[in-house]
Design a protein around this ligand. Structure first.
Ligand code: BLA
Length: 511
């Protein structure tokens, strides 16, 4: 029954975190069939709402809960039916006594899953409700993605009271960057650090697309088994959309090793894909009232909308930049100025559109290099390899040494390459280089911190998972993005045009 027994650190991606067979302590769970017969109960249901698995399973729910409660739940089912939505009821006297509960219902396969959370406090929630609009207005006034993220982190910290709130953005390779951070003074900063893709494995990212908020209220707390572990059809209850789902023991250990006691993360979606997370940490146990979590979820949705607007604006600005670059290069050529002689300026112009660590221009018998690149001799050899690729397109790779073995000699200087052929003859090139991502980026997992071994070995700390990741990304640069490849293609055409123009002019003079 224990899913973690079959999972180790080499197969993280396969841990079936959606069917853990257990829930966290802060709520209890009832599953019923379509005709409202109880099919599953969590082990803590007896204590929390008086439903004993030994006697209640297989009997109608109405034998156990007041009709008002069942009516209230059923009246919301329209919201939850046939969609990945959760219907929520706040402040319900579910047992007809003085105790209040928050109740959430969703559909899972052929079951309705009903989760009860005893009410803790409501004050934070009311404050959050007032604050969402002004906070989002502030986010919208920021000019850059980084500014937006910074305001977002501050806002979620204000709305949630967590000790640390980060905006964690996924890169194209699944690794992630801490783009913004709001934290208590004195805590070690994570701002700007990059973390490996394996820290938030694939199936977890997929689950976070469907269920946008997840809570780990206390990494040391007791968990409760679902009874029975399997339904009559032999399958475990799918907890993808549940609120109390017990968390992967591997991730719990990661948090303990980081010194985190409670965490909450809220998905930031763009075009239906996971753009990033608000990742929140607390140094002591923490559980927010359901309304407060709902307000934060709403904030994250509005934030994602602002983000999409800003990113679209930025895409337009980048396209404008590319046009400006085109005009500048053409103007230089028309002025009769050779861009070979002005290469430093040209390189800075290109950098505004495509990121690189080094750049080489080799045209006719000229060789100009800036930044981290192969030597001239190494480059001459490399051009013979580049000459074998298509003349009329941009060549690019984030792992040059995998395609061209001699590049192993300079993998530390130039791991990734993007080559723009800029003539039709035996070719002239502008080649952009990127350093190894393991060196070029500031990775999380501070090597100066002592490593403590847990039951899963020493691997499960940001530091150890980084060391493992370093093996995976060895020899690779960060990948060239779609936008950068588009810009490179436009640049190639511009340069070709510019160079032909120069050649024309020269031929004209010779006549
Ligand atoms: C989940 N890993 C997560 C989550 C985060 C991270 C944010 C989401 C759950 C949560 O809210 O806590 C990772 N947290 C980070 C990172 C930072 C942070 C990078 O604060 C940086 C500041 N994790 C590993 C390895 C494995 C692993 C090696 O490091 C697998 C062997 C697994 N991480 C793992 C799993 C989950 C997870 C399985 C899903 C947890 C769940 O939802 O059940």
């Amino acid at each position: 029954s224990n899913a973690s027994q079959t999972v180790d650190l080499s197969n993280c991606d396969r841990e079936p975190i959606h069917i853990p067979g257990r829930i966290q302590f802060f709520g209890c769970l009832i599953a019923v069939s379509q005709d409202w017969i109880i099919t599953h109960l969590s082990g803590n249901a007896t204590e929390m709402i008086g439903l004993d698995p030994d006697t209640a399973i297989g009997t109608p729910l109405r034998d156990h809960l007041p009709p008002e409660t069942i009516h209230a739940v059923r009246s919301r089912l329209q919201i939850a039916a046939h969609s990945d939505a959760q219907a929520r009821l706040f402040n319900v006297a579910a047992l007809n006594d003085e105790r209040l509960f928050d109740i959430v219902v969703h559909q899972s396969g052929s079951n309705w899953v009903i989760e009860f959370e005893p009410k803790t406090e409501v004050r934070g929630a009311q404050e959050a409700a007032w604050a969402v609009q002004p906070l989002i207005a502030r986010v919208g006034r920021r000019k850059t993605i980084e500014g937006l993220a910074e305001e977002g982190a501050k806002s979620v910290k204000a709305l949630s009271g967590f000790d640390r709130v980060m905006v964690y953005r996924f890169e194209e390779d699944g690794s992630g960057t801490v783009l913004a951070e709001a934290k208590m003074p004195g805590m070690q900063p994570f701002l700007g650090l990059r973390f490996p893709a394996s820290d938030i494995p694939q199936q977890a990212r997929a689950l976070y697309v469907k269920n946008p908020i997840r809570i780990i209220s206390d990494v040391e707390s007791e968990v409760f088994d679902l009874i029975p572990q399997q339904g009559p059809d032999g399958t475990p209850l799918d907890l993808t959309m549940s609120v109390t789902r017990a968390v992967s023991p591997i991730h719990l250990e990661y948090l303990r090793n980081m010194g985190v006691c409670a965490s909450m993360s809220v998905s930031i979606l763009k075009d239906g894909a996971l753009w990033g997370l608000f990742a929140c940490h607390h140094n002591s146990p923490r559980l927010l009232a359901y309304e407060q979590r709902s307000m934060i979820e709403l904030f994250a949705q509005l934030f994602a909308y602002e983000l999409a607007l800003k990113e679209a604006e930025q895409d337009r600005a980048e396209a404008d930049q590319a046009r400006v670059l085109h005009d500048q290069l053409m103007a230089q050529v028309s002025d009769g100025r050779s861009f070979v002689n002005n290469f430093e300026t040209v390189a800075e112009d290109i950098r505004r559109v495509i990121g690189f660590d080094g750049i080489v221009l080799s045209a006719e018998d000229r060789f100009v290099s800036l930044g981290s690149t192969p030597t001239e001799d190494e480059f001459r050899e490399l051009t013979r390899f580049l000459n074998t690729s298509a003349a009329s397109s941009v060549f690019h790779t984030d792992c040059l040494s995998a395609r061209y073995t001699p590049a192993e000699d300079y993998v530390e200087r130039a791991a990734g390459a993007m080559a723009l052929p800029i003539s039709r003859r035996p070719r002239d090139y502008i080649v952009l280089f990127r350093r190894e991502v393991a060196r070029a980026v500031q990775w999380g997992g501070n090597p100066d911190k002592p490593v403590e071994a847990g039951p899963n070995g020493v691997r499960l700390t940001p530091r150890k998972s980084f060391e493992a990741w370093k093996q995976i990304v060895k020899g690779h640069s960060s990948p060239w993005s779609r936008a950068e490849l588009n810009a490179a293609e436009a640049l190639r055409v511009t340069l070709l045009e510019a160079i032909l123009k120069v050649a024309d002019a020269a031929a004209h003079e010779r006549k």
